[in-house]
Design a protein around this ligand. Structure first.
Ligand SMILES: O=C(O)/C=C/C(=O)CC(=O)C(=O)O
Length: 220
């Protein structure tokens, strides 16, 4: 599968596997312990939204948080992938936001329930265009940032990840077969906060990829 083919279809119909609490500072800001194994959850492809369309605040939440993340796009599928061969399975990257209905997540956590409603709703995964692998030669050391209405909220580096990209690919593929076009969202650095209707979000992987989204309330 060439990067050109992947860039045409990857965001419309493959798995989105998300890693939670992969930055110690973010785990701490939400008063969670530092994980000793990756924390995983899923979003459906219907969560994708591209620039030009708004991020919708779901009907049932008033506390929608932004989380900026580096996404890894799988180019060659497989299972039980070794850490040493993991990067051969990567076609490229994407800049992603893991939009989170925080008070729903808190309620799910307190009841011991899955985070599905808090993480998997429509437009919960705003993404950039596909970024070919060559444009990010060292994904273990790139800066991620996010501004709300031009105010810097998140600024971190993928060098702060607890579990590296090769480790995550290997770990996930021991449980779930990875397929061409799947997206792995690798977690967010600290600085998450609530957004409001009409806010303008701008995020970047350094100046390699920059995305802009407006927040709008969902209507019936
Ligand atoms: O455990 C929590 O309270 C919240 C965790 C998240 O929402 C974490 C992420 O999705 C992340 O770290 O990227």
């Amino acid at each position: 599968m060439t990067a050109r083919n992947i860039s045409r279809f990857w965001e419309w119909g493959r798995k989105i596997i998300c890693v939670g609490r992969n930055y110690a500072d973010h785990a701490k800001e939400l008063k969670n312990a530092i994980p000793t194994e990756p924390v995983l959850f899923l979003k459906p492809p219907s969560a994708y939204v591209k620039e030009g369309s708004p991020i919708l605040v779901p009907l049932y939440t008033s506390s929608l948080h932004h989380e900026v993340e580096l996404g890894v796009v799988i180019g060659k599928g497989g299972n039980a992938i070794s850490q040493t061969s993991a990067m051969e399975h990567v076609a490229g990257y994407a800049l992603c936001l893991d939009m989170t209905a925080r008070e729903i997540q808190d309620e799910c956590k307190s009841k011991g329930l899955p985070w599905t409603l808090a993480k998997a709703f429509n437009t919960s995964c705003p993404v950039s265009d596909f970024i070919p692998k060559e444009r990010i030669p060292d994904p273990s050391n790139v800066k991620l940032w996010l501004k709300v209405n031009d105010q810097l909220k998140q600024s971190g580096s993928t060098s702060q990840m607890i579990f590296s990209i090769p480790y995550l690919i290997s770990y996930i593929s021991d449980f779930i077969t990875l397929e061409e076009g799947d997206l792995i969202m690798t977690g967010t650095p600290k600085g998450v906060s609530a957004v409001q209707e009409n806010d303008e979000l701008q995020a970047g992987i350094e100046d390699i990829a920059i995305i802009n989204f407006r927040v709008q309330r969902q209507e019936r």
